[in-house]
Design a protein around this ligand. Structure first.
Ligand code: HEC
Length: 284
């Protein structure tokens, strides 16, 4: 054996060891969430997707009755509840609803701040006066503003799904994640210690546990339309509502998209026949 061959063999061995080490360390790095979100059937998925108005109304009720005690949604105004493609509240209902909350205004002629009822143009109220107060009340963790959360969370789906997602678009990662998170709390498995004041949830995107206590339970919110009052139903409805809050013009966007596609197909047909007409009789 020549010295050259020995050097090659040593180099190949070293490369092999390095590769094995990389694979082993890749196995050791834990990827969160431990359980990927469950994919749900949403009314607003796909090119013909539209929000389900009744679901958005129920979702708002869940937010208002449960989540709003910790989470602000300060980019959403009361009047948005009456916007087209949204939960479809009437303008009068929005006025009455907004007026049940107070907002600080002023100063008045005496230079003092005062409280007045909210108007439809005012945002949803925040549960805490500032972020520090919110952290102090939640064991140091800030409950994020939920206005855009459905767009701010997407779990990487890995190969081969992300290839298919390009052709049959999948844009519901956010609501899928939120619904899974809200229903995903469980007891920690044997041998897993979670830090004090946190709750084990294998669906959480940033660790094994989080500081939000399980917010939902069966029969927590009363639905007037006969929809089942289960934890899962609440989670689905509030996730759909948060999707609408983050993307209020989805209905209009999808409708325009369809019209544009239809227009392009018809236009392509016309062009084809014009081309045949123009070149008819020309030898080629
Ligand atoms: C008791 C207060 C409280 C209630 C009620 C509550 N949350 Fe939370 N939530 C928190 C806190 C605190 C965090 C931050 C957790 C952390 O980062 O450890 C959080 C985080 C979240 C997150 C972000 C998780 C992530 O990926 O970072 C979402 C989404 C969320 N909450 C949705 C909801 C919804 C929807 C409801 C109503 C059904 C709700 N929460 C009710 C306190 C609350």
């Amino acid at each position: 054996m020549t010295a050259k061959m020995i050097r090659w063999a040593a180099a190949a061995l070293a490369a092999g060891i390095a590769l094995t080490a990389t694979i082993a360390s890749a196995e050791e790095t834990v990827e969160y969430p431990l359980i990927k979100p469950t994919r749900q059937e949403w009314s607003f998925a796909g090119i013909f997707g539209r929000y389900d108005q009744a679901q958005l109304q129920r979702g708002y009720q869940v937010y208002k009755d449960v989540c709003s005690s910790c989470h602000a949604m300060s980019y959403v105004k009361f009047r948005n509840l009456a916007d087209e493609g949204g939960p479809g509240f009437t303008e009068d209902a929005v006025k009455v609803l907004a007026a049940t909350y107070a907002i600080e205004a002023g100063p008045n002629d005496a230079g003092e701040m005062f409280e007045r009822p909210r108007l439809p143009s005012d945002p949803f109220p925040s549960p805490f006066p500032n972020d520090n107060a919110a952290r102090a009340a939640n064991g140091g963790a800030l409950p994020p503003d939920l206005s855009l959360i459905a767009k701010a969370r997407a779990v990487h789906r890995g190969f081969p799904w992300f290839v298919f997602d390009m052709f049959w678009p999948y844009q519901e990662q956010g609501p899928d994640y939120i619904a899974s998170l809200l229903t995903g709390y469980q007891d920690p498995p044997e041998g897993v210690e979670v830090p004090e004041g946190t709750y084990y949830n294998p669906h959480f995107i940033n660790g094994v546990s989080l500081r939000m206590p399980p917010p939902l339970d069966d029969d927590l919110v009363e639905y007037s339309d006969g929809t089942p009052q289960t934890k899962e139903q609440y989670a689905t409805d509030v996730s759909a509502f948060l999707m609408w809050a983050a993307e209020p013009h989805l209905d209009a966007r999808k409708e325009l998209g369809l019209k544009v596609m239809l227009y392009l197909i018809i236009f392509a047909g016309i062009l084809y026949f014009v081309k045949r007409q123009v070149w008819r009789g020309t030898p080629h």
